[in-house]
Design a protein around this ligand. Sequence first.
Ligand code: PGA
Length: 246
Amino acid sequence: MIRNKLVVANWKMNFTVPEALKFIAQFQHNIKAVPPAVEVVIAPSFTALYPVLEILSETEIKVAAQNMHWEEEGAFTGEVAAPFLQDLCVPYVILGHSERRQYFGETDAMIQKKIAAAFEHQLIPIFCVGETEGEREGGKTFSVLERQISAGISGLQKKNLATLVIAYEPVWAIGTGKTAKPSDVQEVLRFLREQIREEGTRLLYGGSVNPEKARALASQPEVDGFLVGSASLQPDSFADIVRTMV
Ligand code: PGA
């Protein structure tokens, strides 16, 4: 089965509106045209979401939110709901990122509700999973992934499972400069594919991806793309990472 490649820039809590627009101008200059069969998605902060959407509306580059609440509206100060993202025609939303799990107490059950809410509002979740260093050392990588995946996708219709994006991000590799070995990534992604039993779902790798590591990982057959943090803040590095998927 041919799946479109996908490269996502997770800007995390970086870039004001002027900084975001400057990045986009530089990135567009660098990339020239988005290569066919590669989707490029940028996930800015909520404050930059609308200006970024506007500036990218005439381009092939798409946009993601970095999080959302599972409720449709109500007394949840500081939260953003799926209908608000749908209203802006945001196509993607990152859910269950390890920083959300670690610093904001997100549980598998909360992430499952968010995934279901995203699909109800025509948003495609980029669902993040991954083991911590301790879990890896304790030989628990596969059991942790199995738990996160089975909770996250429970109740999903098959057609939604096929559009879902799963990003395998080992927590010990995020922002640390350490990357999982290409053969290990391949093994884990194959395991995830077996868990979900669906060929359409795109499987990404994330964790200290830079152009050099992306080149090494891109040749693994199960790698459909990348979720990129630090290197996505540099337009030239991000463009180089996109090119590894061609
Ligand atoms: P990193 O972040 O590329 O800086 O490791 C990846 C992520 O957290 O999505």
